[in-house]
Design a protein around this ligand. Structure first.
Ligand SMILES: Cc1cc2nc3c(=O)[nH]c(=O)nc-3n(C[C@H](O)[C@H](O)[C@H](O)COP(=O)(O)OP(=O)(O)OC[C@H]3O[C@@H](n4cnc5c(N)ncnc54)[C@H](O)[C@@H]3O)c2cc1C
Length: 311
């Protein structure tokens, strides 16, 4: 159980902002794809823009720390769990709507709570092309936008024309293309900003063509990634002009284990949970890898995953 930081009075204030019942001391094991993590002191499930506005304004007014949890496919929660509030996007805006069509360009508004896989199924059905390379990323649209999810073939940020957000002051805002700065696996936004939805511009084409392109990416993932084991995708960002996985493999680190965590024998940049791994096991492996790669290549590997919570 996390050390309690929220008084009964504060909990009651937060509960009033969101209709869906809150959870207390909820284990985050089942809320992350690597199945690791201590408990969340309080977990809330806002649905509408109105609930997000009220919630964020209250958290700010009461100086309560919070984190935003999408599908948990890029988050390692430390074993001591998360103090304060975890805002789950699990029940949040899950709509997909075509807003405008001009020639072969189509603008689609998609909510943060929609899973990337569901959106790509929709795109394949409608013949909307551009994001095929995201196939197989097990995250939500909100998490994808925050991480600027992508592959060597492209990133979601390239297709964003507008982001609808709740600022850390609890105010709804629309950010247009020239106000949004995307980088490799990140976006520049003030800490605590919630992404509610985005307007994406894709190309209308033949659905069969979209499905064919998606299949190419599906096949590649199945061949190269350890998808049978709980994991977080790539642990490290690729350094300029290098691949982190290749450096790890060439440093002889493929297949090493700490507790229940193991560097995947299939892909050097993946750490898998073989059963009962703790965040400490994963972080020990991360430390070993960073030290060895630094010693051998004088390269500082930077983690792509977000490490949150208390030891
Ligand atoms: C098998 C596997 C393969 C993967 N392959 C890829 C890949 O090819 N390319 C790639 O880029 N990633 C990949 N990933 C990593 C991950 O899936 C992506 O980063 C994904 O976009 C994260 O989405 P999520 O909803 O799970 O976010 P989470 O992991 O829940 O959160 C990630 C970060 O985003 C923030 N966040 C989430 N939602 C919001 C929101 N609505 N508003 C503001 N902040 C938010 C969180 O606070 C956190 O900091 C892979 C992961 C796995 C497990």
């Amino acid at each position: 159980m996390t050390h309690s930081t929220l008084s009964e009075n504060l909990k009651a204030k937060i509960v009033q902002c969101v209709a869906e019942p809150a959870l207390f001391n909820e284990s985050l094991l089942s809320w992350t794809t690597i199945h690791i993590g201590g408990p969340a002191e309080m977990m809330v499930f806002p649905k509408s823009r109105d609930e997000f506005e009220k919630l964020i304004a209250t958290l700010r007014e009461c100086k309560i720390p919070y984190i935003i949890l999408g599908a948990g496919s890029n988050i390692l929660v430390r074993d001591g769990g998360i103090q304060g509030v975890v805002i789950s996007m699990n029940k949040a805006l899950a709509t997909i709507e075509v807003k405008k069509t001009e020639g072969d360009r189509v603008s689609i508004e998609v909510g943060s709570g929609v899973m990337i896989s569901k959106f790509l199924d929709y795109c394949a059905f409608e013949g909307f092309s551009g994001l095929e390379c995201l196939w197989g990323i097990p995250g939500s649209i909100g998490g994808g936008l925050f991480m600027n999810a992508g592959t060597r073939e492209g990133e979601i940020g390239d297709f964003v024309c507008q982001l609808n957000i709740i600022s850390r002051e609890g105010k709804y805002r629309e950010l247009f293309k020239d106000e949004i700065e995307y980088h490799y696996r990140s976006i520049k936004l003030p800490r605590g900003t919630v992404i509610l939805s985005a307007l994406l511009e894709l190309k209308k084409t033949d659905p069969e063509e979209v499905r064919r392109k998606q299949k190419k990416f599906i096949d590649h993932r199945v061949e190269t990634q350890p998808l049978k084991w709980p994991n977080l995708g790539s642990i490290f960002k690729n350094p300029p002009k290098k691949y982190a996985g290749q450096l790890i493999e060439e440093a002889g680190l493929k297949d090493i284990r700490v507790g229940g965590a193991r560097v995947s024998p299939m892909h050097g940049n993946f750490i898998i949970n073989e059963g009962g791994a703790t965040a400490k096991d994963v972080l020990t492996l991360v430390g070993l890898i960073k030290d060895k790669v630094k010693e051998k290549y004088q390269i500082n590997l930077e983690t792509e995953i977000k490490v949150l919570g208390e030891d």
